[in-house]
Design a protein around this ligand. Structure first.
Ligand code: F6P
Length: 381
């Protein structure tokens, strides 16, 4: 089924927000209106907004009519101002001035209800009744699984777009938001270095990234942090923590005055621990540095869990450009008469569409290991 000016394309942001989502929305809307003359509906709050809208209509013809009226009446910023309106017909002005702005003007959410097939069925029926024939979904792993299920269970055209600071989607070299999050971490490390240097301290900083260490290792390489610990390196045992502490102490005896240690949130411990890794590592380091006869008994360790600041802030030019390239590829796929569904991906520096369930790029793991080795050689003292 080909898309026409009568069949709007809907776009949503799902899961944890990622910097660059706004640049992406702007590109989707502007390409739709300027290049393809196809209207774009923005869905508020990801899948949750779709579910809310489906429940609002709940098969009732009058409620459906009212929703259609609302969409046509409250266009663009008027619709965006009304937090109760789940589906908004986007216009040029509604995406004006948002290019680098962090977060997403449409809002995002994690929606557990969307795991239920009958809930997805209600959503598919609603989109059908609204004349929506295609959906562009930006988000991380869980959101793209939702996209795949919609593609399997309906005749909607579905394009997923990787957007997550975790960089844990291994079929693409980069996801939207990673570049900005690395930039933010470099900024954070710079601030911690100032105080670490003044007090001759060890700072243990915990980064996000779920099960992936990519965000931490990229930030370590870009900031010059002395040490990075990632889930891919295996669980941290007492013995491993001691040898890391020895390494830092060794650098101190060779004249180093401070150290920044990045630990990714996904790092596991043996035996398993409930507290944040940054605190566990602080305790292990601190007691090692204060052991009987230690050369630097005054060496203090301070932990910080960097948390959600990593998801905010002005998107970098790199993310804004990637957002535009992903949006362009998404439209190309939607307009392809062969009816392709899939996910936009950056592979070998080219943006292309890969099928849902596409295997990992083997180079990603190789590249991560090479980055670790490079960081190690650059940071060793
Ligand atoms: O997936 C992005 C991410 O920020 C992860 O790095 C982190 O583990 C998680 O989301 C935090 O989720 P929430 O915002 O729901 O606390």
């Amino acid at each position: 089924m080909s898309l026409t000016s009568e069949s709007p394309v809907a776009v949503l942001c799902s899961g944890g927000d990622a910097p660059g989502m706004n640049a992406f929305l702007r590109a989707v809307v502007r390409l739709g209106l300027n290049r393809h003359q196809i209207p774009v509906y923005g869905i508020r709050d990801g899948y949750r907004g779709l579910v809310r809208a489906a429940r609002q209509v709940d098969g009732d013809a009058e409620a459906l009519y009212a929703m259609k009226q609302e969409i046509e009446r409250n266009i663009g910023n008027r619709g965006l101002i009304d937090a109760q309106q789940s589906i908004i017909k986007m216009d040029h002005a509604s995406v004006s001035g948002i290019m680098g702005k962090g977060g997403t003007i449409l809002g995002s959410a994690r929606c557990l209800d969307f795991h239920k097939p009958d809930v997805r069925r209600e959503v598919i029926q609603l989109l059908d009744k609204l004349g929506v024939r295609a959906l562009i979904i930006s988000g991380g792993d869980g959101s793209l699984t939702g996209a795949r299920l919609l593609a399997e269970e309906s005749d909607l055209r579905i394009i997923g777009v990787p957007a997550t600071i975790d960089n844990d989607l291994q079929f693409t070299e980069m996801s939207l938001g990673v570049d900005t999050a690395v930039h933010t971490l470099v900024w954070a490390v710079d601030h911690f270095i100032d105080t670490a240097r003044s007090h001759r301290r060890v700072m243990v900083l915990e980064t996000m990234g779920r099960e992936s260490g990519d965000l931490a290792r990229m930030a370590a390489l870009a900031s010059g942090a002395e040490m990075v610990i990632t889930p891919e390196g295996g669980a941290l045992t007492e013995a491993r923590m001691r040898s890391l502490a020895e390494k830092i102490e060794g650098a101190m005896t060779r004249g180093r005055g401070h150290a920044i240690v990045l630990i990714a949130e996904g790092v596991k411990f043996e035996p398993a621990q409930k507290r944040n890794g940054a605190y566990i590592l602080r305790d292990a380091f601190q007691s090692y540095f204060q052991r009987e006869g230690a050369p630097f008994p005054d060496l203090e360790v301070r932990p910080s869990v960097l948390g959600h600041l990593q998801r905010g802030g002005h998107a970098t030019p790199g993310d804004c450009i990637l957002a535009a390239r992903f949006a362009e590829e998404a439209w190309k796929a939607l307009l392809n008469p062969k009816g392709i569904n899939g996910i936009t991906a950056l592979r070998y520096n080219k943006v292309e569409i890969v099928p849902f369930g596409c295997p990992d790029l083997p180079e990603r793991a190789v590249h991560s290991r090479a980055m670790d080795a490079l960081h190690n050689d650059l940071a060793s003292w």
